[in-house]
Design a protein around this ligand. Structure first.
Ligand code: C2E
Ligand code: MG
Ligand code: MG
Ligand code: MG
Length: 281
């Protein structure tokens, strides 16, 4: 009986692993096609200066609706893209699409918008692709200055190959881009490394922010990150600002920027531009 049970369990495990593998494979196949046919889009989430209540930019986030009309979350397709290497074309597409949109907004409004766009970079892009070269192309193609971009990196991008990461980051700074450390606090933070790299902004992961008003330990962590950033001359962005209380508390603690559902969720391009217009004094 026990053997039968065991083998039944193995069978269930096999089936589950098989289903999972099949799903990944179909995501990979469809994603490759979606990238080739320009079927991905970007959503734009406002980033607000907490001190002055001013909209300073948007984070560009990849969105994918399959041909069958199913919306797949980045949390599901980004890992597949990273494992399959598709993150390279996807990352190139995202950087270019962000630049294209900023240039289009400026053409539509007839003004240079004081906005910067944040684009996420995967560790794999940093190590295997030539991101500075791509940024240079994007800036050239769309007639934009490098200061219009903030590139968001994660700690894993740096841990894997610190020398290469430092070189790439230096080259991005030479193009005048700003650099943010995304999801800060969730990885293996090497503080010595952090101090030696040209990071402009620490983004405090939303797992510390969203529930901090009900959790003393989280407040302590947020305070520690804020004072670390201050000591290193970096700015800070709190992710997951879902309520006005959070926004006020973070402003009082000296956090530079906030991003979260309290201001707006990620928006489609037209809604993002309208949102920007409404925020102008
Ligand atoms: P991230 O870079 O940390 O982006 C922030 C995520 O938090 C976004 O999820 C956003 O929708 C969500 N968020 C923002 N405000 C709130 C809030 O107040 N409450 C809650 N609960 N969530 C909030 P999203 O769009 O699902 O993206 C997930 C992750 O996928 C991103 O995390 C990023 O790591 C990755 N990603 C998205 N687009 C790209 C891309 O173009 N390239 C790469 N390499 N990664 C991407
Ligand atoms: Mg990000
Ligand atoms: Mg983040
Ligand atoms: Mg995050």
């Amino acid at each position: 009986l026990r053997r039968a049970k065991e083998s039944g369990r193995i069978e269930i495990y096999r089936n589950r692993a098989f289903t999972e593998a099949r799903r990944r494979f179909s995501i990979e196949t469809e994603l490759r096609r979606a990238i080739e046919n320009d079927k991905l889009s970007l959503a734009f989430q406002p980033i607000v200066s907490l001190g002055e209540d001013r909209l300073v930019g948007f984070e560009a986030l990849a969105r994918w609706r399959t041909e069958a009309g199913e919306e797949i979350a980045p949390g599901d397709f980004i890992p597949v893209a990273e494992e399959s290497g598709l993150i390279i074309p996807l990352g190139r597409w995202a950087l270019d699409a962000a630049g294209r949109m900023l240039a289009r907004w400026e053409a539509e409004t007839g003004q240079v918008l004081p906005l910067s766009l944040s684009v996420n970079l995967s560790a794999i892009q940093l190590i295997r692709d030539d991101v500075p070269r791509q940024l240079e192309d994007v800036l050239h193609r769309h007639g934009l200055g490098g200061h219009r971009f903030t590139l968001e990196l994660t700690e894993s991008a740096i841990i894997n190959d610190p020398d290469r990461a430092a070189r790439v980051m230096g080259a991005l700074k030479d193009l005048d881009a700003r650099l943010a450390m995304d999801d800060f606090g969730t990885g293996y933070s090497n503080l010595a490394m952090l101090q030696s790299l040209p990071v402009d902004i620490l983004k405090i992961d939303r797992s510390f922010v969203t529930t901090m008003l009900a959790d003393r330990d989280k407040v302590a962590i947020v305070r520690a990150v804020l004072s670390l950033a201050h000591a290193l001359g970096m700015e800070t962005t709190a992710e997951g600002v879902e309520t006005i209380e959070l926004s006020q508390t973070l402003a009082a603690l000296g956090c530079t920027y906030g991003q979260g559902f309290h201001y707006a969720p990620p928006l489609d391009a037209a809604t993002a531009l309208a949102f920007w217009s409404r925020w102008q004094p």
